[in-house]
Design a protein around this ligand. Structure first.
Ligand code: UT7
Length: 339
């Protein structure tokens, strides 16, 4: 554990980021062999050409890919695992209900007795966890907090024609960030938002028991442990909420879209992203996308983008960046940073 900083004022900085993508690739051509779909349909409706899948034979699991991403983030920050005071792992694909994935990641990485807790907010998980981590550091109780956004959803996909509306979208990935205190109080979150609407739960769910299915679920498609998504409903929700959320967060911070140096958005569907980019008149170079290569990686999506942007030099100190996500729950969340 790192020594405490002198009492406030203190800011929060992103000390390091990292990500891990499994090496197995599922291309649209692979999907064509498994279900009635086409590369053309998938590219046109989603912008996705390929996504990654864990390799169980190589020992890849939610825990192992989280450890890989976090270890890269710590290296990038120049910190040791024992410097972490708290670890938050955001995921909906934990291997077991108990223990938490975070406890296992903390143990595997050698983080000693740091606090460890999982957070479940589907595709918004990393953004929620980032907002919590920021407040823990800003408030002075913790100095260094690690956040992992990870999902391994390919085992939850129904790779057949009945499941094609969901199976084409999702891939596996882990991303991580390490947040730490700085004596510069201007650094940290300028505005943030976290919301939910449980009325929409049945548009995206993973049933464990027969009673978990909504009454109107197709009686012929009731396999437990798979992900079910009403793509059309989630699309309608996403296309409006995503844009409202950007407007609300900018408004809270008293900023305009052109004041933001980089938008780091959940990669849900290229059409949803493009609608938001056009509405706010954001140039392509400030609106990163990697969905073509990795698909929708749920909680892994925002931190993988963040790390790719930092490592390529497109995100750096002094900039303002806006993290935005939405997903199952339904949930939506944002985090606007002064770096
Ligand atoms: O990250 C969590 C949040 N999730 C999202 O943001 C996902 C939001 N939703 C979506 O991205 C889109 O709804 C999808 C990509 C999932 C689906 O695209 P869509 O344009 O909404 O398609 P649809 O579900 O309205 O289906 C249109 C047609 C249907 O055929 P009919 O009924 O018109 O004959 C589907 O059966 O396309 C058919 N279809 C497909 N055809 C070929 C659905 N999936 C496929 C497929 N290949 N993979």
């Amino acid at each position: 554990m790192t020594p405490p900083l002198p009492s406030s004022p203190r800011g929060v900085r992103i000390a390091g980021t990292g990500h891990y993508l499994p090496s197995n690739v599922i291309s649209n051509k692979d999907l064509e062999r498994w279900m009635d779909t086409s590369d053309e349909w998938i590219v046109q409706r989603t912008g996705i050409r390929e996504r990654r899948r864990i390799d169980r034979d190589k020992g890849e699991t939610t825990t192992s890919i989280s450890v890989a991403a976090l270890s890269r983030a710590l290296d990038n920050a120049g910190l040791k695992p024992t410097d972490l005071d708290m670890l938050i792992v955001a995921t909906v694909s934990m291997e077991m209900t108990c223990p938490s994935t975070s406890c296992r990641v903390a143990e595997a990485i050698g983080a000693g007795a740091c606090g460890a807790v999982d957070l479940s907010a589907a595709c918004c998980g990393f953004v929620y966890a980032t907002n919590f981590a920021h407040e823990l550091v800003k408030g002075g109780a913790y100095r260094t907090v690690g956040v992992v956004g990870v999902d391994v959803l390919t085992p939850l996909m129904d790779y057949c024609t009945e499941g094609r509306g969901t199976a084409i979208l999702f891939g596996d990935a882990a991303g991580a960030a390490v947040y730490t205190a700085t004596s510069d109080p201007s650094k940290g979150i300028l505005a943030q938002a976290m919301h939910s609407d449980g009325h929409g739960w049945k548009h995206l769910y993973i049933p464990r028991e027969p009673r978990d299915f909504p009454e109107d679920a197709d009686p012929n498609r009731r396999k437990l442990g798979l992900m079910y998504m009403n793509g059309r409903e989630v699309y309608k929700f996403a296309v409006t909420k995503f844009q409202d959320l950007i407007a609300q967060t900018l408004d809270k911070a008293g900023l305009r879209a052109e004041d933001i140096d980089q938008f780091v958005c959940h990669q849900s569907n290229a059409r949803i992203l493009e609608a938001a980019r056009e509405r706010f008149g954001i140039p392509h170079e400030k609106f990163y996308t990697n969905i073509e290569r990795v698909g929708n990686t749920s909680a892994g999506s925002v931190p993988v983008c963040l790390d790719e942007l930092r490592r390529s030099g497109r995100i750096h100190d002094g900039q303002k960046i806006l993290l935005v996500a939405f997903g199952g729950g339904l949930t939506w969340a944002s985090s606007l940073w002064q770096l």
